[in-house]
Design a protein around this ligand. Structure first.
Ligand code: C2E
Ligand code: MG
Ligand code: MG
Ligand code: MG
Length: 292
């Protein structure tokens, strides 16, 4: 009896595993044509200055809409793109589109920066810094208007090589953000060594204060202070409620992002937000560069 149950369970796992493999290979094959079939687009999520809540920047987030599969989430297709090597092609497209949009906003006088997420594979591609410089030049975008986000996961690999790559990138004048900080891997010692400009506090850390225990408010406090002591800008991600905003503000954090201020939206929508902010006449926040 038990033997039969065990056998059924193994078969269930096997079926589930086969399904996952199939899904993975379907996604990979479809992703290969997603750009030419115009299934990819970028949305932009506002980054606001705190406490004014004036939009000062935007994170470009990739969206894939497939005619049969529907909307596929980046958390599902980015790993597929990374494993298959398609990420380099897709990442180039993202960088290009984001810089084109940024150049249009700058052309109509918006005081804004744009950030783009970077996979470790892209960062380690030959002459990635040269590619970035080329795109900036193509659209005439000043380098300090572009932020490149590297995730904490990239930190788990070869530190010396990572530092070299980030230095190369920063020498083009772009700023680097360390994404999802506090979610897991990097140690405080590593943070000190990394040539980054902005620390993005992971939304898990920001969301926690509303949970029953509420133990993360002191953590947010400590991370904001740590970032500032290291000369970094600190940006809190995933702010979803006024209570969370209050905690982040009390910690002295000057940049925020999250559903409270808006999800990722098509560029036109964000532009409307920028227009409103400009006509309301709040003072612009200067673009700042961290450590020399
Ligand atoms: P991320 O860079 O940390 O992006 C933030 C994610 O949190 C986004 O999910 C965003 O929609 C979501 N988010 C924003 N505000 C809130 C909030 O208030 N609460 C909660 N719970 N979530 C919020 P999205 O767009 O699904 O992206 C997921 C991840 O996929 C990104 O995490 C990033 O790592 C990756 N990704 C997205 N676009 C690209 C891309 O163009 N290239 C690469 N390499 N990765 C990308
Ligand atoms: Mg990001
Ligand atoms: Mg993040
Ligand atoms: Mg993330």
């Amino acid at each position: 009896y038990a033997k039969q149950r065990g056998k059924n369970r193994v078969e269930r796992y096997q079926r589930r595993y086969d399904e996952l493999l199939r899904r993975h290979s379907v996604l990979e094959n479809e992703l290969r044509h997603a750009i030419e079939r115009e299934q990819l687009r970028l949305v932009f999520q506002p980054v606001v200055a705190l406490p004014s809540m004036r939009p000062v920047g935007a994170e470009a987030l990739l969206r894939w809409h497939h005619p049969e599969l529907g909307a596929v989430r980046p958390d599902e297709f980015i790993p597929v793109a990374e494993e298959s090597g398609l990420i380099n092609m897709i990442g180039s497209w993202v960088l290009d589109q984001a810089c084109e949009q940024l150049s249009q906003w700058l052309a109509v006088g918006h005081d804004v920066w744009v950030s783009v997420n970077l996979s470790p594979k892209e960062l380690h591609a030959a002459d990635y810094a040269g590619q970035v410089a080329g795109v900036l030049q193509k659209y005439g975008v000043p380098a300090q208007r572009l932020v490149l986000e590297v995730t904490e996961h990239a930190v788990a690999t070869d530190m010396d090589e990572l530092i070299r790559r980030l230095c190369e990138l920063r020498s083009t004048g772009v700023r680097i953000a360390l994404d999802d900080f506090g979610a897991g891997y990097s140690s405080l010692g590593q943070l000190r060594k990394l040539p980054v400009d902005i620390l993005k506090i992971d939304h898990a850390l920001v969301a926690e204060p509303e949970s029953r225990t509420g133990t993360a408010a002191p953590l947010v406090d400590v991370v904001v202070r740590l970032g500032h002591r290291l000369g970094l800008e600190v940006l809190a991600e995933g702010i979803g409620s006024p209570a969370q905003r209050a905690i982040v503000e009390e910690a002295g954090c000057r940049l925020g992002q999250g559903s409270l201020f808006g999800w990722g939206v098509p560029a036109e929508h964000l532009e409307a937000q920028l227009e409103t902010a400009r006509s309301s006449g709040s003072r612009p926040v200067p673009v700042q560069r961290a450590r020399p």
